[in-house]
Design a protein around this ligand. Structure first.
Ligand SMILES: Cc1cc2nc3c(=O)[nH]c(=O)nc-3n(C[C@H](O)[C@H](O)[C@H](O)COP(=O)(O)OP(=O)(O)OC[C@H]3O[C@@H](n4cnc5c(N)ncnc54)[C@H](O)[C@@H]3O)c2cc1C
Length: 353
């Protein structure tokens, strides 16, 4: 029996498994896919930063640690694939002074934008520059977590569909799966949009909305796009030399034909915006269902006896290193992490942790 079984080898579950294993906990990580990050993580834009963006609910208490945890990982794991390029963002209705920028961000004018993105054909009058932002290859990072977890003794099982939790009264005894029963002292549900179904027998309700988003991959000359560019028409960044990724708006239930058309339109908008992009071509596009709890990250025990735990959030790529560290700390020490105080699952009346 493993002390902990983690269900889900996306960016969240693989980080939790790594952080537990490096602290000497016996861990089994299982996923229905054939390799790490075959869920939404594999189609993520994976922009990381601690300054701009939305930080709903308890995410606000984690943002201050995001960059430090990524820097820590770079020293712990070889080849953590982060590109610290900084970002440039602008929108149609954005005027200087609209929003307080906070530390680490500044307004820059057209000449600075042109220096940062020399291939941009019509730089906007102004944009917000966040030099500390970066982008990661999320598949490579999840893979690095899994490899390192294994090196620290974790058991990793792919092609294993968790079908239910085995209950003994209120206690979770382990995970029933297509590869057999996996007993555990604690089961960590890190299965993204699969969490509501797996957690169904447990008293706390963990509602996780599924929010579709589309990622487009393009070939491009290396270095054509230098930063993370979030303009009025698209978000784009270089994920590795010669390959760009873009996020584009996505209908709630897009048909294959409309998604294909949206990807082609995105390529056209990109080519209209960047000099030297004439030979860029579409590699593929992919619609991912982002797990989106209503009020920010949901992280914590689901049972009184600590036999089940959940970790689900939006911006999971940004938050995974910090969340993995804090979850491992809670499971190892038994002490609640103050940073996760506002992330706890809502418990039914009369149910105490
Ligand atoms: C287009 C797009 C752009 C995005 N941009 C950003 C961004 O810039 N920055 C950012 O931080 N986030 C971004 N996100 C969101 C981010 O990708 C997600 O928050 C994150 O990947 C969620 O990770 P996860 O591990 O919770 O989920 P997943 O990656 O879905 O992992 C869950 C895993 O559980 C497995 N699983 C599910 N059910 C079962 C079962 N029953 N049995 C066994 N295994 C199971 C799945 O196979 C999967 O591997 C973006 C997402 C999209 C789609």
């Amino acid at each position: 029996m493993s002390a902990v079984v983690v269900v889900g080898a996306g960016i969240v579950g693989s980080s939790v498994a790594y952080h537990l294993a490096r602290r000497g906990v016996s861990v089994t990580l299982l996923d229905q896919g054939p390799s790490p990050a075959t869920g939404v993580t594999g189609g993520s834009f994976a922009w990381i930063g601690g300054c701009g963006g939305d930080w709903p609910g308890g995410a606000q208490d984690l943002r201050g640690s995001v960059l430090a945890d990524y820097r820590r990982l770079e020293s712990e794991l070889p080849d953590v694939p982060v590109r610290w390029t900084g970002s440039l963002t602008w929108a149609d209705d954005q005027a200087e002074g609209d929003s307080p920028l906070g530390p680490g961000r500044s307004w820059v004018g057209r000449s600075d934008i042109a220096a940062l993105e020399p291939h941009l054909l019509n730089p906007p009058e102004r944009a917000i520059h966040t030099p500390s932002d970066g982008g990661v290859d999320p598949v490579a990072l999840a893979g690095a977590f899994v490899d390192a977890a294994r090196a620290h003794g974790a058991t990793v099982i792919f092609n294993s569909v968790a079908t239910s939790l085995k209950m003994e009264g209120d206690r979770v005894e382990g995970v029933v799966s297509s590869t057999g029963f996996h007993a555990a002292e604690t089961v960590v549900l890190a299965a993204g949009t699969g969490i509501p179904q797996l957690g169904e027998p447990l008293p706390p309700d963990v509602p996780v909305a599924v929010s579709p988003a589309c990622l487009v991959r393009l070939t491009a000359p290396a270095g054509l796009v230098k930063t993370i560019v979030a303009g009025r028409d698209f978000e784009v960044r270089e994920v590795r030399d010669g390959e760009l990724i873009m996020t584009i708006p996505c209908a709630a239930d897009p048909s294959a034909a409309s998604a294909e058309q949206a990807a082609r339109d995105a390529l056209r908008r990109f080519q209209a915006a960047f000099r030297g992009s004439g030979d860029c071509r579409l590699l593929d596009h992919r619609i991912g269902g982002r797990p989106m709890p209503a009020r920010g990250p949901v992280i914590g025990y689901l049972t009184r006896d600590r036999s089940a735990y959940v970790a689900v959030m939006h911006s999971g790529v940004t938050l995974a290193p910090t969340v993995g560290r804090l979850v491992a700390d809670e499971l190892v020490t038994g002490r609640p992490a103050p940073e996760l105080r506002r992330c706890r699952p809502a418990l039914p009346r009369g149910f105490s942790r």
